[in-house]
Design a protein around this ligand. Structure first.
Ligand code: IPM
Ligand code: MG
Length: 371
């Protein structure tokens, strides 16, 4: 069995607490010979800033380049509100995405039946929801230049962000969308604002052309991103794979996540291109939720999104689909037993903390593992 090298970056806030549960899952996998994982751990975000004055060090970037996968917690918090823009905690995450060229961000939104009542929407609208937001992650307004604030000298300042997309960037994310859809319900919805943005016009054109050329068997539909956001809360089950740009994807994935009952439930994968020689791809796995500084250190954070992110690593980086299924089933089983962290608690369920939820999931894995 090959040995896989994981770089763990717990980050700030609840990051370290939920990462501790993933470490226990990894130890369990090693002990049960379901994979051989070596782990390294480093600082990122505010925690790294406090120690090194930057949100991620060059040395950690080198380790990230060399790792088979990166498991990332969360960054940020009010403590670092005043640090210089380039050293703010989020800059560590953005550098990882950009420098490792992790252009494809897969954000599934799945509504576990046990949680349908925690959603802000009616049960029938979300029960059984299973969609994917595929977000372009290394382009658009997040990274476009110029990105400046200029003093106009008359008491006014001018801020500029630049939304920019080249054909190849749109085409490669659209390709991932179509390939993903083929393994699911075979439908892609592309979202942009072609009615006001040139990048939207090009986005629409490139997605349509690729569809015509190589993916005619997949159903393709276009929605304007604002209308798409509305549809996402009105009738979310109409979607299968939604493909969209960096900024729209940021917003739409938070909306999609909250449909499922809790932001604390959803994992994500950020993938690079497959290297034609090694057949490997760079990848980072992280929960969709943030660092939740308000509950950090209390032992009450929901570790499920973090653990499910590790399961995604098993699936997408190591081709260990059966082990990933085992973890996903164990999560569903722990929920079905009525265990809930406070963020997903509801009447008639038992509220537990981070550690107890992690333990319960491992106990379920133990039951599910083939003898
Ligand atoms: C996300 C987050 C990040 C983003 C922040 C932390 C920079 O909101 O991953 O969705 O805006 O991409
Ligand atoms: Mg976001």
């Amino acid at each position: 069995m090959p040995t896989y090298k994981l770089l763990l970056l717990p980050g700030d806030g609840i990051g370290p607490e939920i990462m501790a549960e993933v470490k226990r899952v990894i130890a369990w996998m090693n002990a049960h010979r379901m994979g051989t994982f070596e782990i390294e751990e480093e600082l990122v975000g505010g925690a790294c800033y406090d120690q090194h004055g930057v949100a991620i060090t060059d040395e950690t970037m080198r380790m990230a380049e060399a790792a088979d996968a990166i498991i990332f917690g969360a960054v940020g918090g009010p403590k670092w509100d005043k640090v210089p823009y380039d050293a703010r905690p989020e800059a560590g995450l953005l550098r990882l995405r950009k420098d490792l060229r992790l252009f494809a961000n897969i954000r599934p939104a799945i509504c576990y039946p046990a949680l349908a009542d925690s959603s802000s929407l009616k049960r029938e609208v979300v029960d059984g929801l299973d969609i994917v937001i595929l977000r372009e992650l290394t382009g658009g307004v997040y990274f476009g230049e110029p990105k400046t604030i200029t003093d106009l000298g008359n008491g006014q300042k001018r801020a500029v962000d630049t939304q920019v997309y080249d054909t190849y960037e749109i085409e490669r994310i659209a390709r991932v969308a179509f390939e993903l859809a083929r393994k699911r319900r075979n439908k892609v919805t592309s979202m942009e604002k072609r009615n006001v943005m040139k990048t939207g016009v090009l986005w629409n054109e490139v997605v349509s052309a690729l569809h015509e050329r190589a993916f005619k068997d997949v159903e393709l539909e276009h929605q304007l991103a604002d209308a798409g956001g509305m549809q996402l809360v009105r009738r979310p089950k109409q979607f299968d794979v939604i493909v969209t740009d960096n900024l729209f994807g940021d917003m739409l994935s938070d909306i999609a996540a909250t449909l499922t009952g809790s932001l604390g439930m959803l994992p994500s994968a950020s993938l690079g291109e497959v290297d034609p020689k090694s057949k490997k791809r760079k990848a980072l796995y992280e929960p969709v939720h943030g660092s939740a500084p308000d509950i950090a250190g209390k032992g009450t954070a929901n570790p499920i999104a973090m653990i499910a992110s590790f399961a995604m690593a098993l699936r997408y980086s190591f081709d260990l689909g059966a082990a990933a299924d085992l973890i996903d089933q164990a999560i569903a089983a722990a929920l079905a037993k009525g265990l809930r962290t406070p963020d997903i608690a509801s009447e008639g369920t038992k509220t537990v903390g981070t550690r107890a939820m992690g333990e319960a999931i491992i106990a379920e894995m133990e039951k599910l593992v083939p003898a």
